[in-house]
Structures are given as structure tokens and as C-alpha cells.
Design a binder for this molecule. Structure first.
Ligand SMILES: C[C@@](CO)(OP(=O)(O)O)[C@H](O)COP(=O)(O)OP(=O)(O)OC[C@H]1O[C@@H](n2ccc(N)nc2=O)[C@H](O)[C@@H]1O
Ligand SMILES: Nc1ncnc2c1ncn2[C@@H]1O[C@H](COP(=O)(O)OP(=O)(O)O)[C@@H](O)[C@H]1O
Length: 283
């Protein structure tokens, strides 16, 4: 019998590269991207209720209760599994919203995996990932929990094991709308598909970067500042900017210089999500 209460991590992700290959008829874009997790994220606490009610107790600025991806994920799982149980949920939110580090998608995945465990549904990862995709393109990789090369709109995943450096992630104080970037006429949408695996070196660009940097001076500034110390990259559609370092000490050193004027954090890259490491430890 699993415990009726559980606290689980909800890690961030980085897109180590992101190429846009084209636009589908439904308006969504065909991508090739490399996802890696960070050992850094939110913490979500779940407590089972026996009356079927789903309630998120933590308020989010600008996100109504029923639009929150945590609530949406819980309601979909309850409806599709036929469970009569409910859940109380609290979140310690540290991940910036609209930062391209996947906080909302990660929260949805942690909810799906946490409730699968607490409600004893016995769903396998394929089923949870398929449900997750209906909530957002990035949810499946968080459900699977392994760094991955992603294709399609992000749902075709091949596990990969890139290096796991320490990262300094800068958080410009702007929220970038993914839909806005993907509808910009200046976006490059014709990168050729990479056919060989693993992705050859020299393919680390993010096709969204020129459009995001043009629209957001705060992002441009972060790229310029970090670029003085290491290759500075954009994750997803931004706003976060990151660079890799061989040790925590080196990342901390640059962080101390830059975070005088910019918000940021240092975290280790990880090919196995800390959510999955925690779930493994419960078995
Ligand atoms: C591009 C990525 C890379 O990780 O950006 P970030 O959001 O993380 O920055 C993601 O795949 C984003 O996934 P996600 O944030 O879940 O996007 P969704 O909510 O599914 O889509 C938001 C909107 O972006 C556009 N969109 C999104 C994904 C995609 N492959 N093509 C698109 O054109 C669509 O207009 C869609 O309505
Ligand atoms: N639990 C949640 N955490 C974060 N954002 C959420 C959540 N639920 C809904 N959202 C909405 O999703 C948007 C994108 O959030 P997020 O996933 O954090 O950014 P990104 O896709 O840029 O990494 C937010 O601006 C917010 O309106």
C-alpha cells in the first residue's frame, strides 16, 4: 500500500540545440531538439482524498486554477482511468514561467507520475506519455525521464547521453510566449534534418534565437554578458539563456559576477531526471 502523501521533484529542462525543419498544415512546427534535465526545479506535494475532488492549494499569478497544467493533468488522468480518488496539491514554485525551461510541462508530468503511484493505477510510461502529449509538446520527455533527441513536434524521442556539465542559467525578467515566437514571419523554418546519430558537433544552434533576441533586449543583454565567458545559448523559445562549465566552482565564479545585475542559478545537467531517481528510490 503506497503512502497517501508524497512530495516529488519537478525538474527543469534545457534545449541543448533546436532546429526548425518546417511547418505542418495544423500550424505546428517540425523540430529536432536535444533535451537534457537540470537538477533544479519545483517540488510538488500530493495528498490523496477519497471524495474525488482535485484541488491545487497554491495560487499562481495569472494562471486560473482550472487552466493550471497540474490541475489539467490530474483531471485528465482521473477521467481516463476512472479513478474515484481525488487529490490535494501544493507546489513550491521556483522555476520561472515562460522561461523555456519547461516548468509547466514538468509540473504536468510530475502530477501524472505522482498520481499514477498514489492512485495505484498501474499505467505504463507509454500511456502516461501519450496522455501527456495532449497537455503540451514537452510533457512526454518529462514523463520518460531520460535526456532525449526529439523529433516531430517533440514527441518522437530517442534517449541520448550527452555530457553532464554544470550550467549557469540566466533568467531575464521577461516571459516569452512560445506561440508568439512560432508565428514570427522572420523565424527560420527550413533547417535540414540531421540524419546521423549522435547529433554531430557543430549543430548546437537554436533557430529561435535570432527572433527572440530581436524582440527582447533583456535576452540580448543576457546572451552578450554570458557570451564573454562561454558559449551562451537560448533554451526553447526563451527567455532563459545558459552556458556550460566543467565544474561547479567555475559556474559559481561567473554567476557571482553576472548575478549582481541579472537573476540566475547554477545547476548540474542530468541525463536521468531527478523525478525518476526519486520514484526509483520509492520502489
Ligand atoms: C519549442 C519548445 C521547445 O522545448 O519551446 P519552450 O516552450 O520550451 O520554450 C516546446 O516544444 C514548446 O512546447 P510547449 O511549450 O509545450 O508548446 P505548446 O503549449 O504545445 O504550444 C504553444 C504554441 O506554440 C506553437 N508551437 C509549439 C510547438 C511546436 N512544435 N510548434 C509550434 O508551432 C503553437 O502555436 C502552439 O499553439
Ligand atoms: N503549473 C504551471 N507552471 C508554469 N506555467 C503554467 C503552469 N500551468 C499553466 N502554465 C502556463 O504555461 C505557460 C508556459 O509555462 P512554462 O512551461 O513554465 O514555460 P515554458 O514553456 O516557456 O518553459 C505559463 O506562462 C503559464 O501561463
Amino acid at each position: 500500500m503506497p503512502a497517501a502523501r508524497l512530495t516529488l521533484p519537478s525538474p527543469a529542462k534545457l534545449n541543448l540545440m533546436l532546429h526548425i525543419l518546417g511547418r505542418r498544415e495544423d500550424g505546428y512546427h517540425e523540430l529536432q531538439t536535444l533535451f537534457q534535465f537540470l537538477d533544479y526545479g519545483d517540488e510538488i506535494t500530493f495528498a490523496v482524498r477519497d471524495d474525488g475532488i482535485i484541488r491545487l492549494h497554491t495560487e499562481f499569478e495569472g494562471v486560473p486554477h482550472d487552466s493550471n497544467l497540474i490541475v489539467k493533468a490530474a483531471k485528465k488522468l482521473q477521467a481516463q482511468s476512472g479513478s474515484t480518488l481525488g487529490i490535494d496539491i501544493w507546489i513550491d514554485k521556483v522555476l520561472p514561467m515562460g522561461g523555456g525551461i519547461g516548468g509547466g510541462s514538468s509540473n504536468a508530468a510530475t502530477t501524472l507520475l505522482g498520481l499514477n503511484h498514489l492512485w495505484q493505477l498501474g499505467w505504463d510510461e507509454d500511456r502516461l506519455a501519450a496522455l501527456g502529449l495532449t497537455l503540451g509538446a514537452d510533457v512526454p520527455v518529462f514523463v520518460r525521464g531520460h535526456a532525449a533527441f526529439a523529433e516531430g513536434v517533440g514527441e518522437k524521442l530517442t534517449p541520448v547521453d550527452p555530457e553532464e556539465p554544470w550550467y549557469l542559467v540566466l533568467v531575464p525578467q521577461v516571459s516569452v510566449s512560445t506561440a508568439e515566437i512560432f508565428s514570427d514571419p522572420l523565424l527560420t523554418r527550413n533547417s535540414s534534418a540531421i540524419k546521423v546519430r549522435p547529433v554531430p558537433k557543430g549543430n548546437s544552434r537554436n533557430d529561435c534565437l535570432p527572433v527572440v533576441a530581436r524582440r527582447y533586449p533583456e535576452v540580448r543583454n543576457a546572451l552578450n554578458l554570458l557570451g564573454k565567458f562561454t558559449e551562451a545559448k537560448l533554451t526553447g523559445t526563451g527567455s532563459c539563456v545558459f552556458g556550460g562549465f566543467p565544474s561547479k566552482a567555475e559556474a559559481d565564479k561567473v554567476s557571482a559576477l553576472l548575478t549582481e545585475t541579472l537573476t540566475g542559478f547554477v545547476a548540474k545537467g542530468s541525463n536521468v531526471s531527478m523525478l525518476h531517481r526519486k520514484l526509483q528510490s520509492l520502489l
